[in-house]
Design a protein around this ligand. Structure first.
Ligand SMILES: [Zn+2]
Length: 280
């Protein structure tokens, strides 16, 4: 399915500093409203860079955050970007919570469509949490009306990941028709898979290695799919009381990450995931 393409895909999971996953110190949804929001400040920095470098990106908005930042959601559309869904309440997909997942994604989709006045085609699960055991989620995602999904890590990723799954974008047959899956970009060398292009990896891995990784992806006819959160360029965000390792992975190199993003935007062509779907 994949052809040689110069286009890469820039994605942002739009959520706040208190939406880190999988730690008991992370506040529950009933406390989110009283916390300082850093989304507007951080997202405006990305939007300014994208204007300057003519990058078009896909913004996977968390529904809860979109509801509180409607002008900013609309601004993304006005500037030629794509608005997609990151669910409403930042729920990881779990075997035991199928109905809750269905309600969450349908609610988030309708909410974003009401704000933008446009259909929302893309979905990304929090924590790349479609695993071998939760692939029923694809049926629900398609049934909800999404055209593509980007919720798979083709290597182990925290408690998630589907090691051994396809590396390039591919079609999935669901009970409700076909869905395009965009797996997280990884580099495969001698059978080992490495992620370099999103979140903590993008922040902590040196730029020269990321550059080599992009060369590797392109040499294998795969697009670079970049993902980042607004908080990852924000050295002044409040800190959650995490343990040493989580502090490193969540807060490491916040100061230097924007420089890398700036470099990427000036050296590579990025389009939205929705635009890329049209080329498949
Ligand atoms: Zn998230």
């Amino acid at each position: 399915m994949s052809q040689l393409k110069n286009e890469n895909i820039f994605t942002i999971d739009v959520e706040d500093w208190f939406h880190i996953l999988g730690h008991p110190a992370v506040p529950t949804i009933d406390r989110w409203d009283v916390l300082e929001s850093r989304i507007e400040r951080n997202l405006n920095i990305f939007l300014e860079l994208f204007r300057e470098t003519d990058v078009k990106a896909t913004f996977f908005w968390l529904g809860w955050a979109a509801e509180r930042n409607k002008k900013l959601v609309k601004l993304c559309i006005q500037e030629g970007h794509e608005v997609a869904s990151h669910g409403y309440a930042h729920l990881m997909i779990r075997e035991s919570e199928k109905e809750g997942f269905r309600q969450d994604i349908v609610h988030s989709k309708h909410l974003l469509e009401d704000i933008t006045g446009l259909p929302v085609h893309g979905f990304r699960a929090p924590g790349f949490s479609i695993t071998e055991r939760t692939q029923w989620a694809w049926d629900m995602i398609k049934e909800a009306g999404f055209k593509y999904d980007s919720s798979i890590s083709p290597k182990k990723h925290g408690h998630c990941g589907v090691p051994g799954s396809a590396l390039a974008p591919y079609k999935i047959q669901t009970q409700h028709g076909s869905l395009i899956e965009f797996p997280m970009s990884v580099v495969e060398i001698l059978g080992k898979r490495f992620s370099l292009f999103g979140g903590q990896d993008l922040r902590l891995i040196p730029q020269w290695l990321i550059k080599l990784g992009i060369w590797h992806l392109h040499a294998h006819n795969r697009p670079l799919i970049l993902y980042i959160h607004p908080r990852e360029i924000d050295p002044n965000q409040p800190r959650l009381p995490l343990g040493f390792m989580r502090r490193l992975t969540c807060y490491g190199n916040l100061l230097g990450t924007f420089k890398k993003i700036d470099w990427l935007c000036r050296h590579f062509k990025f389009i939205t995931m929705g635009e890329y779907v049209l080329t498949i």
